[in-house]
Design a protein around this ligand. Structure first.
Ligand code: B4P
Length: 182
């Protein structure tokens, strides 16, 4: 069973949803950079104040800040971990590699949740989080295409990529992921 996992996909693809289900079931650490950053905003910390406007606009928080939050929370003694929403560009992917080499826990599989754009927009508008409005969604999708999508090829080249059709119901997607983890 693979224990060092990464979820990749567009905003609203269901990374958070699937990562949470899987981490609860297997007692893995679920590391969502979006969630960690939102917590900082909620607690009104120095970091939270720095990132609030950036996230409200749907833009990416700086690589340095995100790396700091990931290294702080990545517990190498956990039963396993799932990275959700990190990395989001090539520079973050390279920093992550360095961290994982240091803790001697290389990535075992990257699940790429693939989904048509119109389904994403529908899901996000329905979710209605603060950054789920039409303008912000457009910004997030553009950034995703420009900076995050190249990671699909990056992880394919490393033979780590598993393709998941994310335009299905939750249970079917979970079962597919489970099967590909063995
Ligand atoms: P994230 O928190 O990562 O959020 P997301 O990409 O929008 O959502 P996700 O794919 O997890 O979708 P979810 O399961 O919730 O990012 C938010 C912001 O944080 C970014 O814009 C950025 O500013 C910042 N940030 C985060 N990481 C960063 C990084 N590494 N670098 C820089 N900045 C960073 O699902 C969406 C909705 O669909 C939910 O309502 C869910 O219930 C529904 N859904 C899920 N699966 C479904 C299914 N199978 N069928 C029907 N509905 C489904």
């Amino acid at each position: 069973m693979k224990r060092h996992l990464l979820f990749l996909g567009a905003p609203g693809a269901g990374k958070g949803t699937q990562a949470e289900l899987l981490s609860k079931k297997n007692s893995y650490l679920h590391l969502s950079t979006g969630e960690l950053l939102r917590n900082e905003i909620e607690m009104n910390t120095k970091l939270g104040k720095k990132v609030k406007d950036i996230m409200d606009r749907g833009e990416l928080v700086s690589d340095v800040l995100v790396l700091e939050i990931v290294t702080k929370n990545l517990d190498k003694n956990s039963n396993g971990w799932i990275l959700d929403g990190y990395p989001r560009n090539l520079s973050q992917a390279n920093s992550l590699n360095e961290v994982l080499i240091k803790i001697k826990q290389p990535l075992e599989v990257v699940f790429y949740l693939d989904i048509p754009e119109e389904v994403l927009i529908e899901r996000l508008l329905l979710r209605g989080r603060k950054d789920d409005n039409k303008d912000t969604i457009k910004t997030r999708l553009n950034i995703y295409k420009e900076t995050t999508e190249p990671l699909i090829q990056y992880y394919k080249d490393l033979s780590l990529l598993e393709y998941i059709d994310a335009d299905r119901d939750l249970k079917t997607i979970s079962a597919d992921i489970k099967q590909k983890m063995v």
